[in-house]
Design a protein around this ligand. Structure first.
Ligand code: CP
Ligand code: NVA
Length: 306
């Protein structure tokens, strides 16, 4: 059966091993060892939404592994003129070795994966952002040396990043306290799935309303934008509702000594995070961004050649 990465949960049983291999591959790459593990392979990259990190990191990952990434915008594809997502998947599967897809809808993501005969990688949809969370957990492991027992706080919108973070933390045994305003909860089914994983790894995924409760004693304080791509029409309302959820210096003071700040980026400075926090010595957002490249190399190798 073709392996896909649609949800972090698809990495059940191999998430932390994949992270360890990515850390090792990054070390080797920096020491000048760059094996062309995907020599002659091709990755189709369909973007329905803008991207800086995801596009560049996947394209460079394919290049550094000896393969090629093709950027495809729906406005240039026949998909944009009514060719079905299933037909697009079937045809692309005859040309390329994997398909990376940034989509508006998780349902359409699953339709594409259902019809593809090559691995499909979710590069963000309305439900999850699994590649981001693999890179984030890799960054936490590099920084703290371990994932099990880490205390992670997520403050903000219960969005795609929050959903994937909850699954990822639960799968590696990190505790997550997630604070968000009423009406902006993470996905209920994802939360249940995360709690099943948490029961197996001996940790807890808790949700609440108070940012200070979540950040208190945390090793990692994580936030994301208040208005995700696709939610722009709600931007004004969201800015008012989320104001108490800003990650600022006062909130970071409640975290454990040695705590780090994380954000998947792009950051909206002055909204979900202050300049003082995102630019602080304890902010590891650029390591996170860099690790998209290294984590995705391992994801590509794992899915394409096993
Ligand atoms: N974090 C992330 O996915 O960034 P881009 O939207 O720039 O790809
Ligand atoms: N939650 C954000 C993440 C961007 C990388 C969005 O979906 O826009």
């Amino acid at each position: 059966m073709t392996k896909h990465l649609i949800s972090v949960a698809d990495l059940e049983g191999r998430l932390e091993q994949l992270i360890d291999r990515a850390i090792e591959m990054k070390r080797a790459f920096k020491a000048g060892d760059a094996p062309r593990l995907l020599d002659g392979r091709a990755l189709a990259m369909i973007f329905e939404k803008p991207s800086t990190r995801t596009r560049v990191s996947f394209e460079v990952a394919m290049f550094q592994l000896g393969g090629h990434g093709l950027f495809l915008s729906p406005k240039d594809l026949q998909m944009g003129r009514g060719e079905t997502v299933e037909d697009t998947a079937r045809v692309l599967s005859r040309f390329v070795d994997a398909i990376m897809y940034r989509a508006f809808s998780n349902e359409v993501m699953r339709q594409l994966a259902g019809a593809a005969t090559v691995p499909v990688i979710n590069a963000l949809d309305d439900l999850e952002h699994p590649c981001q969370i693999v890179a984030d957990l890799m960054t936490m492991k590099e920084h703290f040396g371990t994932l099990k027992g880490l205390n992670v706080a997520y403050v903000g919108d219960g969005n795609n990043v929050a959903n994937s973070l909850a699954l990822g933390c639960a799968m590696v045994g990190a505790r997550l306290l997630l604070a968000n305003p009423p009406g902006y909860d993470m996905d209920r089914q994802v939360l249940e799935r995360a709690r099943e994983f948490a029961a197996g790894t001996g940790t807890a995924i808790e949700t609440g309303r108070d940012p200070a409760w979540a950040a208190g004693g945390a090793d990692v304080v994580y936030t994301d934008v208040w208005t995700s791509m696709g939610d722009e029409s709600e931007e004004g309302d969201r800015e008012a509702i989320f104001k108490p959820y800003q990650v600022n210096e006062e909130l970071m003071h409640k975290a454990a000594s040695g705590a780090v700040f994380m954000h998947c980026l792009p950051a909206h400075r002055g909204l979900e995070v202050t300049d003082g926090v995102v630019d602080a010595d304890y902010s590891i957002v650029l390591d996170q961004a860099e690790n998209r490249l290294h984590a995705q190399k391992m994801i590509l190798v794992d899915l394409i050649i096993g």
